[in-house]
Ligand binder design. Structure first.
Ligand code: ATP
Ligand code: LTN
Length: 330
């Protein structure tokens, strides 16, 4: 069976629709027919200011949401990054393989550091993609299901794996990004040319899985729309409506063409009402299940500990062959 690995940061109390449609929905599909490893990347979350109580709460909330969204701990290995020390160990080796110029070209670093300036950004934000490469390569993953914003990091991971293999002998599987054409980038519903993001700070445009149905209904009804009044998919001229069409289609399974036909002659108000209903009804049972799971912390911790144990047994083998090929005395 081919291996799949992906990760998500516990940087917020709730995942949003972009995380689900761009990534986690594919994680759920891929757990059938693949050997899947899914990781809550708490070490990556330390690249921004973190409060200890919040980090703990959000790590558990991430596990509960992933299970509620359909990740089965029986089918997949669900684990916490910091519980597998091999990630840090291989991360260092990846840093020693990466050129400073190469790392400086990573657009996620440029975007995130531009907010406060590179001088006051953490060094960890700069080396973040090398830790991500270690996350992937430790498991010899064939596929990495992510949103479009992660394509460059997966390319870097492939480059580093290829570089290591050619210098020190075959050690790592070259991973491929698994990115959907349709829902790879869900945008903010108040600012429809920007990515919906957990850490953007503006919550009005982010549809959160753990928000109450009433709050999400209100948010979608006040989503920004575009000039004109036709419900048509056109990213350049109608970014707001196109984003809502993408969301409706991904959740309802109805094609964008057929949605355009259904709303011919109707206004934006009717359309937003329909999107709100689809989203709210889709998320209602998921939120309820996540809240139920969060009531039994011990059960969640047991699942994560079991996952981490399995992850360590795979990761330690890869680290051992990496060290051996590097000439480290074992
Ligand atoms: P942050 O804003 O803190 O960087 P994020 O919202 O981008 O967080 P991550 O934990 O970094 O979330 O990403 C988890 C997964 O969700 C990744 O595979 C990422 O590509 C995907 N993803 C995040 N935002 C979107 C989006 N707006 N559309 C599609 N996929 C997304
Ligand atoms: N960098 C990713 C999160 C991430 C990840 C990974 C994704 C960390 N490690 C390994 C896939 C595979 C992000 O910011 N979304």
């Amino acid at each position: 069976m081919k291996r799949v690995l992906s990760g998500i940061q516990p940087t917020s109390d709730s995942f949003h629709l972009g995380n689900y449609l761009g990534a986690v929905k594919q994680w759920v599909e891929l757990q059938d027919g693949h050997d899947a490893f899914y990781c809550i990347v708490d070490l990556h979350a330390l690249t921004i200011e973190t409060d200890p109580a919040l980090l703990r709460k959000r790590t558990l909330a991430s596990a509960a949401q992933l299970i509620a969204l359909g990740i089965s701990p029986e089918k997949s290995t669900l684990f916490v990054q910091s519980q597998v020390p091999q990630h840090n160990q291989l991360g260092w080796i990846m840093e020693c393989l990466t050129g400073f110029g190469e790392a400086s070209r990573m657009t996620q670093f440029k975007d995130k550091s531009s907010k406060s300036g590179a001088d006051s950004s953490r060094v960890g934000l700069f080396t973040y993609p090398m830790l991500q490469a270690a996350d992937i390569l430790l498991y010899q993953a064939h596929f990495v299901p992510v949103g479009e914003d992660q394509r460059q990091h997966i390319e870097l991971t492939r480059d580093l794996a290829g570089r290591f293999n050619s210098r020190y002998g075959q050690t790592f599987q070259l991973p491929e990004a698994y990115i959907l054409k349709t829902a790879a980038k869900i945008n903010d519903i108040q600012e429809p040319t920007a990515k919906m993001s957990k850490s953007s700070g503006a919550v009005a445009g982010v549809i959160e899985i753990m928000d109450s149905p009433e709050a999400n209904l209100k948010k979608i009804k006040s989503a920004v729309t575009d000039a004109g009044k036709e419900v048509r998919f056109n990213l350049a001229e109608k970014p707001g409506i196109s984003n809502l069409l993408t969301i409706h289609s991904a959740l309802s399974g109805q094609s964008i063409d057929s949605l355009e036909k259904d709303f011919e002659g109707k206004g934006y108000g009717d359309f937003k009402g329909a999107v709100a209903e689809v989203v709210v009804e889709y998320l209602r049972p998921i939120r309820a299940r996540a809240l139920e799971l969060l009531e039994d912390e011990k059960h969640l911790l047991d699942i994560l500990h079991q996952g981490s144990e399995k992850a360590r047994s795979v990761a330690s083998k890869t680290l051992e062959s990496t060290y051996k090929n590097l000439g480290v005395v074992l």
